[in-house]
Design a binder for this molecule. Structure first.
Ligand SMILES: *Cc1c(COP(=O)(O)O)cnc(C)c1O
Length: 390
């Protein structure tokens, strides 16, 4: 071995990141009394990065039920679900989620990342084929890599390409095919033709896994998301850290699928059950979400307004039609400069760079939530306009 420090690779990788303008750092933020406003380094910033789409993280009912569950069930669940961590409250919330999403059952997971990175390998083996959208979330990519299945990606939102891959696969002797996609894509805010993909999955007898993380709560009738009414979605995954305002994830599925996952999914089996505080907040969120049509409509109006104004100013928002609105800049340095400019003007918006997005597709990713006021949006637009003119 060369005479080098065993940490040399770390230094080198970090230096490379810095050189490429891709270095990432953490900076603490504090919530404030005001909706969609956070404090960082003592300054108040309008927050355009949060996934708390309905503003539920600060809702009194979530906080109350969280406290009440701690009082009744303690601060920890003490074990995995299959050992002695399966509390009645886990079962209750699973039933509520199942009925909300028109499924026979639902199963909680500790996070979307944990679920996605372990479900694909649970559903496939080395004789299977996984077909995933090119822009699927990293957690799904990790999951596909962990499985020993043949892994192919279809072009983003290109159902015809998916169909060609399915036709090619028909002559091969895969034991199983799993199609993986999202409803709303997390970096582009565009939507998928889930119904068409569901038809294909039916025609080719493929399993269908749909990640609804950014749609549930925000889109669909009563906030059910964009796939609840499509019965042949076999795995309907949602995360509870976004519109639900808390933490965790679920799979809504058939009773048999749930039994299978309880028996075979390592990401469910080998981990401590969600703590009562989280289950309390989640239980409250599941009860509230169907009642929030007014909040959803107001949010939808803000989305239309902001996207329209951004385009008027000459910004490229890609194919976004949702609360996730990318302002695509391209160059990494320029994107960082804009992010800094926004920060100097009391606006918090994240710069998204490779490897999260493709090279030369760097962007400021804006997310809109129920907490944003017209004043917030006007201020954002003014600051963006001044950057354009500077
Ligand atoms: C956020 C997200 C996840 C991860 O969920 P967590 O509960 O935050 O781990 C998975 N998939 C998609 C599409 C996401 O946006």
């Amino acid at each position: 071995m060369a005479d080098r420090s065993k940490h040399a690779f770390i230094e080198q990788a970090l230096a490379q990141r810095k050189q490429d303008n891709q270095f990432r750092e953490l900076s603490p933020v504090h919530p404030t009394e005001k909706h969609a406003v956070v404090k960082q380094d003592g300054r108040e910033l309008i927050n355009f990065c949060s996934n708390d789409y309905l503003g539920l993280s600060g809702h009194s009912l979530l906080k109350e039920r969280s406290r009440s569950y701690i009082q009744q069930y303690e601060a920890g669940s003490t074990a995995s679900r299959l050992v002695c961590g399966s509390l009645t409250i886990h079962h209750q919330v699973e039933e509520k989620i199942a009925s909300f999403l028109y499924r026979e059952s639902a199963l909680l997971f500790n996070s979307g990342f944990q679920a996605n990175s372990t479900l694909i390998a649970t559903l496939t083996d080395r004789h299977s084929l996984v077909l995933a959208d090119k822009k699927c979330h990293n957690s799904l990519l990790q999951g596909a890599l962990l499985s020993r299945a043949t892994f192919k990606r279809f072009r983003h939102n290109d159902v015809d390409h998916l169909q060609r891959l399915l036709e090619q696969a028909a002559d091969q002797d895969y034991n199983r095919i799993l199609i993986v996609t999202e409803t709303v894509f997390s970096m582009d805010g565009d939507r998928t033709a889930v119904a068409r993909i569901a038809e294909l999955s039916d025609k080719f007898k493929a399993l269908l896994f749909v990640d609804d993380a950014h749609a549930v709560g925000v889109w669909g009738e009563r906030g059910r998301g964009l796939a609840a009414n499509i019965p042949n979605v076999d795995i309907l995954l949602g995360t509870c850290g976004k519109a639900f305002g808390t933490f965790g994830a679920y799979v809504a599925c058939s009773r048999k699928m749930k039994e299978y996952l309880i028996n075979f999914c390592p990401g469910f089996i080998y981990t401590t059950a969600l703590p009562p505080s989280v289950v309390g907040a989640l239980d409250a969120a599941v009860s509230l979400i169907p009642q929030l049509d007014d909040r959803r409509q107001a949010l939808h109006r803000k989305i239309e307004f902001l996207r329209h104004e951004l385009i008027e100013l000459g910004f490229n928002t890609g194919n976004s039609t949702t609360q996730i609105i990318p302002v695509i800049i391209g160059d990494e340095k320029e994107t960082l400069a804009l992010s800094k400019w926004l920060m100097e003007h009391e606006i918090l918006a994240s710069a998204i760079r490779p490897p999260t997005v493709a090279p030369k597709r760097s962007r400021i990713r804006l997310t809109l939530t129920a907490g944003h006021t017209q004043t917030h949006l006007t201020k954002l637009l003014q600051v963006l306009k001044s950057w354009k003119n500077a």
